[in-house]
Design a protein around this ligand. Structure first.
Ligand code: ADP
Ligand code: MG
Length: 297
């Protein structure tokens, strides 16, 4: 590409809130034939709100004490789900406790020590990997909640799950439109998420992504392996994400696109940043690439 055409293209992008880091990113766009979206904060607004907290029959008597532990755990996490839990519990006048130890498990949840006892908050995968029991009443409730598109977080001691928290996050206004445009252009569209399958499918369907193109329970490494898988099929892959949990996949993709509201790591790694986090900017960016490359030829 001539330096002039590239400069014009990058300038046009910037005018539209599409920040393109280098010539290569601009020139690659038109070749993209697969786009992978992260769910939370990318297809959805990433502003979850707590709708339900359900306690197990065993834990309900101690729920005030335990709610303080849950608040204290999530207070130390930067995850949007954690922030929503904190907001909800604080509004209910719950006070936090000091923690001796805190650890974040990217893509799974958080753990901490309170009064010498370990506690976790995270997804089902985390609970299963810790071999923690899930009381039947909570299993049933979690299944119902996730089928309506809510994300379910499990709050557990080392022995048993004590509560589940359901959170609702809205699909962004333009997600379905942007995805339809990409599909009409012959591009394969996928969604990857660390969330559970039932929740993922509900959200994916609202955005117009077919069930077979939705991958749930994906850890950060699974996300990047999925990019590799499509590349091995000869695809030129664009990865779109906003989180620390997406940064490996962003680095692996041919073209990487971060949300403007995303984590610093995602924005650092990505070659393109969408200032307004509006997914309609993606078909626009790919078109800009096409126009730029056409000028050169
Ligand atoms: P996504 O891939 O949809 O952006 P993440 O990979 O960030 O989602 O998170 C995957 C799942 O891990 C969440 O749906 C949630 O169940 C769990 N999780 C992550 N962080 C936390 C946290 N701080 N507290 C509770 N659960 C968490
Ligand atoms: Mg995300």
């Amino acid at each position: 590409a001539t330096p002039t055409a590239v400069m014009v293209g990058i300038g046009k992008g910037a005018e539209n809130g599409i920040l393109i880091k280098d010539a290569e990113a601009l020139e690659l766009g038109y070749k993209v034939d697969a786009v992978i979206f992260d769910k939370t904060g990318t297809i959805t607004e990433g502003k979850p709100v707590v709708t339900d907290i359900l306690w197990s029959a065993q834990a309900v008597n101690e729920k005030d004490k335990l709610a303080a532990v849950l608040l204290s755990l999530e207070q130390q996490s930067e995850h949007p789900l954690a922030m929503a839990v904190v907001k909800h519990l604080k509004a209910q006048q719950v006070n936090s406790l000091p923690s001796a130890y805190f650890h974040s498990l990217t893509g799974q949840g958080v753990e901490g020590l309170f009064n010498g006892q370990p506690y976790y908050a995270g997804n089902l995968k985390l609970v299963e990997s810790c071999k923690t029991a899930v009381p039947e009443e909570l299993q049933t409730a979690a299944a119902v909640l996730s089928q309506t598109g809510k994300t379910v977080i499990y709050f557990a001691s080392h022995a048993t799950v004590m509560a589940i928290v359901a959170l609702q996050d809205r699909v962004k206004t333009n997600s379905a439109k942007a995805i339809a445009e990409l599909k009409n252009g012959g591009i394969g569209v996928y969604m990857l998420t660390g969330d559970q399958a039932a929740t993922a499918i509900h959200i994916g369907r609202q955005a117009g992504i077919s069930d077979s193109h939705i991958i749930a329970n994906a850890m950060p490494a699974d996300k990047s392996n999925f990019v590799k898988l499509l590349q091995a099929q000869g695809k030129t892959v664009a990865m779109v994400g906003d989180g620390i949990n997406d940064s490996q996949a962003l680095a692996q993709a041919n073209l990487s696109i971060a949300m403007g509201h995303g984590s610093d790591i995602a924005i650092d790694v990505a070659k393109i940043t969408l200032v307004s986090s509006d997914l309609l900017q993606i078909p626009k960016a790919l078109k800009l690439s096409r126009l730029t490359v056409r000028t050169i030829r």
